[in-house]
Design a protein around this ligand. Sequence first.
Ligand SMILES: [Zn+2]
Ligand SMILES: [Zn+2]
Length: 204
Amino acid sequence: MSKTGVEHILRTSGHPRLPRTRKGAASSSRQRIVPDSPSARVRDSVLMHNLYVVQRWSLTKIGRHLGVKGNTVLTGLRQLGIPTRSISDALRNVPRPGSQGSRHRDWRGGVAGVRHRARKRLNQAFVRPVLERDQFRCQMCRSRRELVVHHMRAFNEIVCSIRTRYPDLDDESCIAAVIAAHRLQDGITLCRSCHKSLHARYGV
Ligand SMILES: [Zn+2]
Ligand SMILES: [Zn+2]
């Protein structure tokens, strides 16, 4: 169990703030590209480090930029030894609608779309059914306020194990697998304060 259980907090109205997109950096990185096959570009460590680590572009965005699939980008990053972000981590950097990012061409597809779909589907398939099963009460103190659905396995851990076992899964299939891994019997409804004390007790 870890603090990433808060992935399942019911009140999901607030989207995280994001770092502003650095303008102009894309065009400068483009000059580094050797006129070679797209797969060779994926192996350019300077370029890939710049796009993925410095600019924090998504796999999809990099893929589009280089003319390859997101999975090819993922494989390239692995081969270069660049640590890849989990989906939940990547999702924290996605602009919300109405911010400047929403006008960006990546808004509909890319990680933003993944975030939206994953959140919605996880709520439907896991969070909501657990709340209903627990009759919208904290299972420790019976409170009905500020409810959270805690999962026995951390969201990050689930994503990482799926990514490790099936490295070639595209985002869509990965989301499906993440959702399938959220079994109802592994979820429990808690209020915010009991959730906090549970995590504190287990030292996470
Ligand atoms: Zn939790
Ligand atoms: Zn409670």
